[in-house]
Design a binder for this molecule. Structure first.
Ligand code: S3P
Length: 160
């Protein structure tokens, strides 16, 4: 069964997913990366077509990925789609948490359109809206703020 990583921007989904897949001998799918490969840079999609369009193509890519036997990291907002939430109910879902203090340096210089202007304040406001969704979907939650990637991977493999 796939292992799916959810959580806010900068929580380490891609870094952890990559290492978790390597240690499990499974493929790794980063849905943001697939979107970029097929449609171009995310900030350009937001700029040209808007967030609503981004969510439509994101759903397509996520729906396809969730059928694969892989470790899958989802963009922070992918859980906003009700069909994705329904799909995740049957899968092994790990919520990566991170504190605002720990995430701030990780977001520096990033290319994330939703927080390009608002920075950490915008990040916190978005998290407040989504936290109940992450909490509802997660089978396991891990605070990544002060844990090494290796330790996080151990925590996940120990559980599934
Ligand atoms: C988004 C998170 C990003 C990316 C897009 C929108 C969001 O992915 O999908 O910029 O809505 O939280 P990461 O969580 O991998 O940064």
């Amino acid at each position: 069964m796939p292992i799916v990583l959810i959580g806010p921007m900068g929580s380490g989904k891609s870094r952890v997913g990559h290492r978790l897949a390597a240690s499990a001998g499974a493929p790794f799918i980063d849905t943001d990366q697939r979107i970029v490969e097929r449609y171009g840079p995310i900030e350009e999609i937001f700029e040209r077509e808007g967030e609503e369009y981004f969510r439509i193509i994101e759903r397509e890519v996520v729906a396809e990925a969730l059928h694969e036997e892989a470790v899958i990291s989802l963009g922070g907002g992918a859980v906003l789609h009700p069909d994705t939430r329904a799909d995740l109910a049957d899968l092994q879902v790990v919520w990566l948490r991170v504190s605002p203090e720990a995430v701030a340096p990780r977001l520096a210089g990033g290319n994330r359109p939703l927080i390009a202007e608002g920075g950490i304040g915008a990040w916190t406001a978005i998290l407040e809206q989504r936290e109940p969704i992450y909490a509802e979907l997660a089978d396991l939650d891990i605070d990544t703020s002060r844990r090494s990637v290796a330790r996080i991977v151990d925590d996940i493999t120990g559980r599934f």
